[in-house]
Design a protein around this ligand. Structure first.
Ligand code: ZN
Length: 246
């Protein structure tokens, strides 16, 4: 396709998919993975034990995952919200739908219920933190258009995270307000969470990954290491390649 024609198509295309990304998607025949950086600069999600917004963890991890997946033959990547603009939850799925992505992964870092947090001094500042829970979680929704493949993607990712030596956390299954999720594959950290909007809206198999608990001071420190980040990147790559092979 000529550059000029592509330019006009880009002008006509929705503003939600920037032109550079649209050009990348022109590589036909590739397995397109949509990556969603959880939250946004203005609504950044949880705060870590050291006071760092979750969004910053999500952005860093998504970029590492994207860079790795782009090295895989036959795989292309769309970062749904690369620019950091404010984007409603439902629109994230829409961006992936319009791009006809084959998989959708929303990247998050976890917190715990307020009842488990304490206020204490950490490295010279007063911090809200918890040492009660640590570990990763993987969520899928039966209300996604493809519940079976979504569950499969969640299982592949949960197993790959475990095989990389990370441990799942069970705290989202606790029967308290705000938790009580259906812990479907406990040994691999896989939960059913039907009303997660970002997963419901996507028409392709979709999963949300909580990479680890950032309100836990030691797990936060570990999540900042290249070793832990490499394990997560490897697990995502293995799960994506397993889904592509189906
Ligand atoms: Zn989050």
């Amino acid at each position: 396709m000529s550059t000029r024609l592509l330019f006009f198509i880009c002008l006509l295309a929705t503003a939600a998919v920037p032109c550079a990304q649209a050009q990348e998607l022109k590589r036909s025949g590739t397995f397109l993975v949509a990556l969603d950086i959880g939250h946004s600069p203005k609504t950044p999600g949880a705060y870590s034990a050291r006071g760092v917004p979750e969004y910053e963890f999500n952005k860093r991890m998504t970029r590492l995952i994207a860079a790795d997946l782009r090295q895989q033959p036959g795989v292309s990547v769309l970062v749904v919200n690369e620019s950091g603009r404010e984007i409603p939850i439902l629109e994230r799925g829409d961006v992936a739908n319009r791009a006809k992505a084959d998989l959708f992964l929303s990247v998050h870092h976890d917190s715990v219920n307020e009842r488990y947090k304490v206020t204490r001094l950490l490295e010279g500042r007063m911090a809200r933190l918890s040492e009660k829970f640590h570990g990763y979680s993987v969520f899928f929704s039966d209300k996604n258009a493809q519940p079976g493949p979504s569950f499969e993607f969640a299982k592949q990712l949960g197993r790959a995270m475990r095989e990389q030596g990370m441990v799942p956390t069970a705290h989202h299954a606790e029967k308290i307000p705000g938790e009580g999720r259906d812990f479907v594959v406990p040994q691999h950290g896989v939960y059913r969470f039907n009303d997660l909007l970002v997963l419901k809206r996507a028409r392709m198999p979709a999963v949300l990954l909580e990479c680890g608990v950032i309100v836990h001071p030691e797990e936060e420190a570990e999540l900042n290491t290249p070793e832990r980040q490499r394990k997560i990147v490897t697990a995502v790559r293995e799960a994506v390649l397993a889904m592509r092979a189906l």
